[in-house]
Design a protein around this ligand. Structure first.
Ligand SMILES: [Zn+2]
Length: 113
């Protein structure tokens, strides 16, 4: 833990970017304001994934696309037993395993406590 994910908000048009872009995809501006990506998200869609790469300890995982309150959509791993489109989840950043040598930080979405 201790990792934080950021979105990059264009200082001219306000478009959010994640991951970071050098140039705003909407207006071409090159300056961004860093915004922490945390908190409540809404589940837009999800898929159940079998045949996981080596390194996962489960037979399947859910991956979902969620929307932050600022309108940015991102994808990540769902730690929810019965996902439903439209449900509110909490976003955190954690280690996502991909293969045996390449853990990386990514989004994990879990049920609100
Ligand atoms: Zn812009």
């Amino acid at each position: 833990m201790g990792e934080t994910m950021y979105a990059y908000k264009c200082t001219i048009c306000g478009e959010f970017h994640h991951p970071k872009h050098c140039v705003c995809r909407k207006c071409g501006n090159r300056t961004f304001e860093q915004v922490t990506l945390e908190g409540e998200v809404t589940l837009l869609t999800y898929t159940k994934v079998y045949n996981l790469p080596e390194g996962y300890m489960k037979p399947y995982l859910y991956f979902g696309i969620v929307k932050f309150e600022n309108g940015l959509t991102v994808s990540g791993q769902l730690e929810v037993n019965n996902p439903a489109i439209g449900m509110k989840l909490t976003s955190k950043v954690g280690i996502i395993k991909e293969g045996t040598n390449s853990d990386y930080y990514g989004f994990i979405f879990e049920e609100k406590k």
